[in-house]
Design a protein around this ligand. Sequence first.
Ligand code: ASP
Length: 334
Amino acid sequence: MKRILMLTTGGTIASRPTEEGLAPGMNGTDLAHYLSPLTDNYKVSVRDILHLDSSNIQPEEWQIIARSVYEAREEYDGVVVSHGTDTLAYTASALSYMVRNIPIPVVLTGAQLPIEHPLSDGLDNLRTAFAMAASGYPGVFVAFNRQVMLGCRAVKTHTTHFGAFDSVNWPLVAGVSGAGLTVYPNAIPPLDGPCRLRDRLCQEVFLIKLTPGFNPEIFDMLLQMRYRGVVIEAFGAGGLHFIRRNLIEKLSTLIRAGVAVVVCSQCLYESSNFSLYQAGQKALAEGVIQGYDMTTEAVVTKLMWALGQWEDVEQVRACFGQSLAGERSGAGAG
Ligand code: ASP
């Protein structure tokens, strides 16, 4: 039987009603009680590492999860991480870089209803996650609603629908049907080296969604606050306004001050292309880094990770030119 480690972190799946609303009240032992349909098929160990609503999961918690996953890589055939859905896509992307080339499947999952609720999707999601964790295909994945996605391509798109996540700009990695779990190996980027735990992160990264008329002086504040990285969700394929309120000029100031500026699109699907329009080309000429078809979650966490590895912005730029875990199309592996 495959040895699967389940790391529990809280989230709705482990929540119970309280006077202040749902809160993670179940520990690993309580959750393990619900795993009995799975323990016949896998040798399951459960380890409680956090008890948090995922809104409270931040870079410090990503480090705790990454270290636990890394430590499990030799003793177990796969790891399942139960997690709240709200920030699950950020954690999945961050882990994709922090434990890059992990030689076993690491599968994050959660639920839209607590597992104790009679209509919960929790057990179903765990079943898919365990099947993927036992599949032998290495990488960081998200299992939800009988689908498995590459971790760095998952985005939460629904607040209550059981299909809470979309795989953005990337095909599904696996699906469950009457034929069982079918894995699509072409959708899984191959490992390209040994796994090292690289868990240093820079927290001074800011995300801005542009709105028409956005005041560029915000960027002066970010400089004063010593932010080292800025991600800008620009318009469409890649547009920023430069008449009346000149964003390009301010970006240039940021870049000259040594801040890594990554631009991506507000559109969820398809790629940014800043060379298409004058407004985008001006930004490229100032030295912005393009996010291409990466999700915002994958861009923000990659910038936090890259700035945690390197001081030099040129190395961060080179890192964004590569696809480390399948997060970017059209680039070689790093
Ligand atoms: N607020 C919850 C969380 O992210 C939502 C969920 O798990 O679905 O922890």
